[in-house]
Design a protein. Structure first.
Length: 420
């Protein structure tokens, strides 16, 4: 079979989107940065897109207003070839969220949500994140073994965001199931995911309705209350906002905890240094360390879809109107033109303007919550399970095959637990 991708592939270019690539995409990205920094490829879904791999180009593209987030600008959208975006969002009428819209709508919605989802609200939530973290570790501590993805990294952000939104505890396991469906099948069949998204949509609509009648201190009530020059979110906008907070804040955080823990286990010198610092009550290495883990093996491998609204050039490469552009954050964050020894994990790295949270107007809205969850999760794991180690050969670990996110399917570990 003659795959279109091959037409554009140099004989020395390592293949993209194979299983081997999923395990370690960094050599292929290094090749692209050097030989084809803005590279047109055919994705496994059949959609043609440009991959932007150098740091300088990536940073510029992320802030370029000529690149739209709205899929109506995709030239293929008109004749329906290939799927872009989050499965199920279209049929569930959840398209009008921050990652699909441009100014001025984006500016308005982001300003409104920023009034409810403030760094202060996140900081007030710190004791609850600690409690959730300890509770999850209690669940497997005595056993001496665990799958850190399923038992720890996966449930933590779901319960955290559900609590923040104001989803009552008795309903949170439904979210766990829907989210499980989304993460398991993100790169595969879309039917089941679309059904989960629809159920979530129905639930959120009801919850918004209830919170309108009986507002509380939660984020959904805050979203309903938030107003800007007398303007409020419509119910549909509030539902899409709650959905994107869940969607953007869930698998990303799973992968920060998963990829981060795995990187520490593979770099024992760095991990010991961090454990020593934490034992001495010094949290500064934890703070720079989380940023370094985001740079070194971040949760978001490719930024979300962008579409050229007119012909333009990136890194000297001509891009036609309507072409999709995917900024490869994982490639940019290992660019030796920007980072010294980019393939080395250095938790104390301070010159670290990584793109793991994006850049420009779509810069991650949830970064303060992600940092809180990441710091709490890793510090508590290292404190309570000090001799944490992998219980399988690293070669046996499998990565999820999705396009946008980078994360492990499982992370089997063993340890001797210390009391709380
Ligand atoms: C370690 C965890 C996280 C990482 C690495 C991450 C990364 C990112 C990135 C790269 C973007 C920009 C995407 C683009 O421009 O294409 C983004 C946007 C966003 N993130 Fe995060 N994120 C994380 C956690 C969270 C959390 C916990 C939340 C909320 C609960 C969240 C909510 C959002 C939202 C709403 C946007 C869209 C902002 C906009 O379009 O204006 N994220 N995130």
């Amino acid at each position: 079979m003659h795959h279109k991708n091959d037409d554009n592939r140099h004989p020395d270019q390592p293949p993209l989107f194979t299983w081997e690539f999923a395990g370690d995409p960094y050599p292929a990205y290094a090749w692209l940065r050097e030989h084809a920094p803005v590279h047109r490829t055919t994705l496994p879904s059949g959609v043609d897109a440009w991959l932007v791999t150098r740091y300088a180009d990536a940073r510029q593209a992320l802030a370029d207003q000529r690149l739209s987030k709205n899929p109506v600008h995709h030239s293929e959208a008109a004749h329906g070839k290939g799927k872009v975006g989050i499965p199920g969002e279209r049929s569930a009428n959840l398209m009008t969220h921050l990652l699909n819209i441009d100014p001025p709508d984006h500016t308005r919605l982001r300003r409104l949500v920023s009034k409810a989802f403030t760094p202060r609200r996140v900081a007030e939530f710190a004791p609850r994140v600690q409690e959730l973290t300890d509770h999850l570790i209690d669940g497997f501590a005595a056993r001496g073994t665990a799958d850190l993805i399923h038992e720890f990294a996966f449930p933590l952000p779901i319960y955290a965001i559900c609590d923040m939104l104001g989803v009552p505890p008795e309903d949170q396991d439904d979210f766990r199931d829907w989210a499980g469906m989304m993460i398991r099948h993100g790169g595969g069949p879309r039917g089941g995911v679309a059904r989960s998204v629809k159920r979530m949509r129905t639930y959120l609509a009801e919850l918004i309705h209830r919170k309108r009648e009986e507002p509380g201190e939660d984020l959904i009530s805050g979203l309903i209350r938030a107003s800007d020059h007398g303007e409020h979110l419509t119910e549909n906008e509030a539902a899409a906002m709650a959905f994107i907070l869940l969607f953007a804040g869930f698998e990303t955080t799973v992968n920060l905890i998963g990829n981060g823990t795995y990187a520490l286990l593979r770099n024992p010198g760095q991990r010991e240094r961090l454990q020593r610092a934490l034992a001495e009550g010094d949290e500064s290495l934890l703070a720079t360390g989380i940023e370094e883990l985001l740079r070194y093996d971040g949760p978001v491998e490719l930024a979300t879809w962008r579409f050229a609204t007119r012909e333009l050039t990136i890194g000297g490469q001509r891009i036609a109107e309507g072409d999709p552009v995917l900024v490869v954050l994982a490639a940019a964050d290992r660019d030796p033109e920007r980072f010294a020894d980019p393939d080395i994990l250095d938790l104390a790295r301070t010159d670290n303007q990584h793109l793991g949270y994006g850049h420009g107007i779509h810069y991650c809205l949830g970064a303060p919550l992600a940092r809180l969850e990441g710091r709490t999760a890793l510090a508590t794991l290292l404190r309570r399970l000090p001799d944490l180690r992998l219980s399988v050969d690293p070669a046996e670990l499998r990565w999820r095959g999705g396009l946008i996110m980078r994360g492990l399917r499982t992370l089997p570990v063993e340890f001797t637990a210390r009391p709380r």
